[in-house]
Design a protein around this ligand. Sequence first.
Ligand code: HEC
Length: 140
Amino acid sequence: METKIRNRFILGGLVLLFMVYNIFLYTKPISASPVQYLSDNALKGETLWQENNCIACHQFYGLGGYLGPDLTNIISNPKKGADYAKAFFNSGIKSMPKFNFSEKEKKLLASFLKEVDQTGFYPNRDVEFENSGWVTIKYK
Ligand code: HEC
């Protein structure tokens, strides 16, 4: 009999704790300003990126459409960079549509690509072929 009463107290305590915790959790005001990871310009660039559906043909970190190349590191690529990228935006080269971005919009897109670039490398490794036939993997 004694243990039954004790168990009820424990159960009651747990239910009470659960209730208090839930009240605390669900009545806490949500932070009004969520963390902003991109600069204002890059955010506007991202909007252009989304409105024009660039991801239908391009990828970030290998994810996206596969008609055009991956653009994760196009800005930091020593053979490419911002001016190189900008030259493509309105070019209508191959199957890429001929867009009609203003200079300002090109800049915004480039700053979006730049800030995406700063998040990491894709692919994050290089392979080196040795004379022996082995490959060494070098992580960035
Ligand atoms: C219908 C498919 C398609 C869409 C949509 C598209 N692209 Fe492209 N894009 C391509 C293709 C294909 C190439 C490769 C052209 C070449 O190498 O000659 C390319 C090349 C590029 C390049 C040069 C990449 C490199 O490494 O040489 C950039 C930068 C680029 N696109 C940006 C964009 C942006 C920004 C958008 C959206 C505003 C966009 N593309 C939308 C198909 C597309």
